[in-house]
Design a protein around this ligand. Sequence first.
Ligand SMILES: Cc1ncc(COP(=O)(O)O)c(C=O)c1O
Length: 513
Amino acid sequence: MTQDSLFRVATPPGPAGLQPFDTELIAQIANDLFRDPEQAGPAPVPPPAAVPWQGRAAAPALPAEVAPGSFYFLDEAAATPPSAAPGWNLAPSYLELTAPPVLDPQPGPFDPVSLRRDFPILEQRVHGKPLVWLDNAATTQKPRAVIDRISDFYRHEYSNIHRAAHALAARSTDAYEGAREKARRFLNAGSVQEIVFVRGATEAINLVAQSWGRRNVGPGDEIVITWLEHHANIVPWQQLAAEKGAKLRVAPIDDRGQVLLDEYEKLLNPRTRLVSFAHVSNALGTVNPVREMAAMAHRHGAVVLVDGAQSVSHLAVDVQALGADFYAFSGHKVFGPTGIGVLYGRSDLLEATPPWQGGGNMIADVTFERTVFQPPPARFEAGTGNIADAVGLGAALDYVTRAGLANISRHEHDLLTYATEGLSCIPGLRIIGTAREKAGVLSFVLDGYRSEEVGAALDQEGIALRSGHHCAQPALRRFGVETSVRPSFALYNTRADIDALTAAVAQLARSRP
Ligand SMILES: Cc1ncc(COP(=O)(O)O)c(C=O)c1O
């Protein structure tokens, strides 16, 4: 399709006697407005094809020029005020659409060196040295596929979503809802109604605390977390417990940084309303036995939230197989944009959960007397969401799926083993967190140096990593330290990156003051 054909306007059957629109002229103006001046050459870039949703049966007939089923209109039924029956809910029309079969991106051969070339930012030098990005637990870099997808979206598809009957609203809605379907597949959720777009893992956890938690946690109830948690999985529960007169209980960890499962189980009882723990610890790299911990919690009737912020870019996640009732992750930690993330919630739980914010998009009908809310997920997405970044997240999930999570896990495990061997040989270096099951996070302290000094010295070598408390102060204090140095790995890291790290830390150890 050429760019010219993009903006062709369908001729409406005009009432007799009225001047019809000059559709050719309108199409010409639209094309002139939207043409990229840099693409004046003969081969304009076509926009990505909109995902052709299957339209709902009641949708009005589309003009001949518009591909049938490529978008939806707000129909009469949806515009009609609902009956006064309490609890009446209106299914938003876009949720009734079913995505056509889209071919899954298949994992290809895994080559970290060629994957690295997909990330333009990694081509640069810092302080005259090639950039070695080992700060992946804080955030991941973005592949061209994600950058280009967001740029294409703004160039060709952008509009507000769900509420207009024009072509760009349809493209934008298709792209946004297409990303929701990608997230559903990525987590193996049962339906797109279980996928709520949020700002990130922090917002996802707060959403559950403030909506599900406020309704289901009362005085004397208990919430169980572990000693490994990120502050994002501590503070919202503290706030909820303080508000409701509930108790926050913390499962201890052993000297390797593993949850003591028998102690964890002892904390569970009929008063336990919710258990919330990380899939992978951001400070120590421990991979928790989610399935086992969730099964124990369920035996006591508790709901399970899994904080997946550190897992989705490293391990294949199947929320149903894990037994997660809620699962949270952030787009920026899985090669997607900042400001977008996902809360998965089991459909029966989300349906019984009130909204946490009010506004547009989440309502079915509003009068001054009362509001009828949409069903999930729209009920939890008040206002205009982060549309373009949701689309970018979809592209990131495709990218990771193509690389293959089994390949990524294997590769990162190799890097972790290699780095652990290399760093362990350095005199005065102590590794914090030596769990049997670890993902690509390695925390350490170095005698004679503050963590920040190590971080600053490595930066001079072009090596970016995190030094500090990693928003997990209780976990680090359990090991008698306030801060650590934390290299963390991703699919584009190589053994050469680890060699650079090990050599730079060894040099620091040799020149210890
Ligand atoms: C385990 C864990 N949970 C939650 C978060 C919070 O993620 P975000 O800041 O993207 O909301 C992080 C971020 O580092 C994390 O590592």
